[in-house]
Design a binder for this molecule. Sequence first.
Ligand code: NOJ
Length: 540
Amino acid sequence: MAALTKPGSPGQHGGKKWLDGAVGYEVYVRSFADSNGDGIGDIPGITGRLDYLKWLGVDIVWLTPFYKSPGHDHGYDVASYSEVNPIHGTLEDVDDLIERAHQLGLRVVFDIVPNHTSSEHRWFQQALADPSSPERDYYLFRDPAPDGGPPNNWPSHFGPSAWTLDEASGQYYCHLFLPEQPDLNWRNPAVRAEFDAIYRFWFDRGVDGFRIDVAHGLLKHPDFPDIPQIKPIAADAGPMENFFSFDHIYDLDQDDNVEIFTRWQDVAAPYDACLLAESGVEAHDRLARYVQPGALDLTFFLKPGWMAWDPAKFLRELVGLAEIESHGISWVISNHDQARPASRFGGGPEGRNRALAVTALMFSLGGVPFLYQGEELGSPNGEIAPEDRHDPISTRNETDEGRDVCRTPMAWNTDPFNGFSSVEPWLKAADRPLDFTVAGQHANAAAPLHRYRRLIALRKHHPDLWRAELKVIDSGRPDVAVIQRGTSLTVANLGSQSFAINLGSGQWQVLFASQGGDGDLASGIVNVSAETTVILVPAA
Ligand code: NOJ
């Protein structure tokens, strides 16, 4: 195994210098740009919009899965990891995208789905067709419980049980998501070898890294014990509520997952490629293990993306984690699985301002923050009629509106379908008005788009924001965080009362204020308005 040390100093990610100070941007491939008029986003459409991302100032573009897939979970059910789904383009289109991105100085990160395959993957088809084939042990087949039911009580994220009976053999197979997404057996060395080859296939084509889907789910406890139920489950509980009524001590976040991460790092490091976990782990110390020396470069911290507006809780989560691990975290409040923050935080201008205040704090915590397409516009949730829903969480359960609300097409302009496509998009949603489009905001200097762009640019001009040692200064209020990094000072006042801070003598300059203008620092006392984050540096 290559001796890979990950220096503990901020700003270094396993020696991959290009991650230092970087900002990422998630492209939900189905909904970014449709170049061929079929209503579904595609690779050439994204390539055609890379100039916009360059203008916005981001460094890394993460694309959600575009591989061959029957689409039961919109690409997170992969039938072949090295083939491109024709609805999204061809392998040549992918090569062109990488080439154009690199010409622009952008890095490209793809999405790998190693926890499960599609049930249409040839491995699973072979496993079903011939239970004595090597592929059978690529998956998690188990005998029924003595009563003939599933082997244990594990629920699926998408409801109800994590087990489906293979009638031909009389055994059940495990799936933490849909029955069409059978989980792989990561204790089988052959599965590990298959994925090494998949990584190399794409690294050889020039991709700069991978976001790793369900990184916390790979290994299961070898004995498959029942998991404890921690809450009563209402009869009308949705699948997620059902899932989170259990303590996932045997199906998720097993200690030995880290072995797999270090193996992958050995594959990625010679390419200078990055590995970024999608991990639902909430406990800060557990999450920090994903980016321990030799393991992954980065991990998302997803919890803030599930939270409604709660200032003190946001600060406890964000600052609390940053105090134990800052440079290995990819901070996010939004992605293609989570309701839009502008809506979650109260809607309207208030929701947007709150979202920007939290984002400005995240940009001062080190690591590599990510924005999700449309977040830079302060987009609220899309409006989708119940009969037009696509997300399997809602179409298969009729319990909640699911994730479609954050997957509506990118609103480029006020052309039909907001310039996303020339025909009705795959996900029908009300068109966005001019003020919520890229074109409309581009023309308005006060629009969120320009504020986000300015925030992104700050990290380039003030490396203290991600590089210098992070010190948390006691603000005396649970809803206010004061972070000092080198010369920079970030005051995040998420509370509903303004907050005054005395900066003492010396001249300061407001680099960024999530609301309002550039502030007035004449007296040395800075009044930070309610629900506002301000970033200051000494005046030059
Ligand atoms: C997380 C992905 O972000 C989500 O969209 C998907 O449904 C699950 N993993 C299962 O792959």
